[in-house]
Design a protein around this ligand. Structure first.
Ligand SMILES: *Cc1c(COP(=O)(O)O)cnc(C)c1O
Length: 225
C-alpha cells in the first residue's frame, strides 16, 4: 500500500471526525497531535507531505534523532510534544527539543525542567499527567495528590501548567475517566486537557479535550519488532 495516499486519507478522515464530534458537542475543536513514536521514516515523510504539523513522541532520544537529524529541516514549522515519561537526566534535552511536555508528575522533574529552561533559554508548555486508574505501571500524579502538587508548582516554582493529561486504564470505559479529568481541570483552574487516542478521541472531545493524541489510526499499526 502507498503510505502517502493512506496517511493523507487517514488525516483527512480523522480531522473530519474531530470536526464533527466538536460541532455535535458544541465545543472548541481540539488540536490533533500526530503520535509518530516508533513509526518508520517513510510514514513520517508522508504525514509531513500531507500537512501534519503537530507531532507527539514518547522517547527523548528517538525524538532527537528524528526531529533533530532526519527531519531537522522541518523543525521550525512544527510543534513537538513529549507524551512519554521523562527522566530528570533527560530534562535538558527535552526542554531544548519539545514545545510541550505532557508528563510532568513530580516535583523533582519540575525543578529539573526549570533548571534546564534557565540553561537552554526556553521553557516548554507543560501538562500534568494524572494517573486516574492509580495503575502501578503508569506514570502520573495520583488524583488525591493533584491539588497539593499544583499548589507546590504555583507557589514554590511559579510554574503554571497548561492543563492535565491522562491515559485511562486500557480495559475500562474511557468516558468516566475523561469526565473526571475535566472536573479536576475545572476545579484546578486549568484549561488544557490532553486526552483521547486512536480508539477513543471522539469520546474525549465532548468532555473538552483540547489535545487528542492519535497514532495508529493515522500512521498504521506500530511495529515494535
Ligand atoms: C502511543 C500513545 C498514543 C497514541 O496511541 P494510538 O492508540 O496509537 O493512537 C497516545 N498517547 C500516548 C501517551 C501514547 O503513548
Amino acid at each position: 500500500m502507498n503510505d502517502h495516499l493512506t496517511i493523507a486519507d487517514a488525516r483527512t478522515e480523522i480531522l473530519q471526525r474531530i470536526d464533527t464530534a466538536s460541532k455535535t458537542a458544541g465545543v472548541t475543536t481540539p488540536t490533533l497531535i500526530a503520535v509518530s513514536k516508533v513509526q518508520p521514516d517513510n510514514r513520517i515523510q508522508a504525514g509531513l507531505d500531507a500537512g501534519l504539523t503537530v507531532f507527539g513522541e514518547n522517547r527523548v532520544q528517538d525524538a532527537q534523532t528524528r526531529w533533530g537529524e532526519t527531519f531537522a529541516s522541518y523543525r521550525n514549522t512544527l510543534e513537538l510534544h513529549l507524551i512519554g515519561p521523562l527522566q530528570t537526566n533527560k530534562a535538558k534535552d527535552a526542554v531544548a527539543l519539545f514545545d510541550v511536555i505532557h508528563t510532568l508528575d513530580r516535583e523533582k522533574l519540575a525543578k529539573a525542567l526549570l533548571n534546564a529552561a534557565d540553561a537552554v533559554g526556553r521553557m516548554p508548555r507543560v501538562f500534568i499527567q494524572v494517573n486516574l486508574g492509580e495503575e502501578d505501571q503508569k506514570a502520573g500524579v495520583a488524583p488525591d495528590n493533584l491539588p497539593a502538587f499544583l499548589d507546590r508548582l504555583r507557589s514554590e516554582y511559579k510554574l503554571e501548567p497548561e492543563g492535565l493529561m491522562c491515559i485511562p486504564p486500557i480495559n475500562e470505559p474511557a468516558a468516566p475517566h475523561f469526565w473526571r479529568l475535566e472536573k479536576m481541570a475545572k476545579i484546578s483552574g486549568l484549561k488544557g486537557l490532553s486526552m483521547g487516542m486512536s480508539a477513543d478521541f471522539e469520546t474525549a472531545i465532548p468532555f473538552g479535550a483540547t489535545h487528542v493524541r492519535v497514532g495508529s489510526a493515522l500512521f498504521g499499526a506500530r511495529d515494535y519488532t
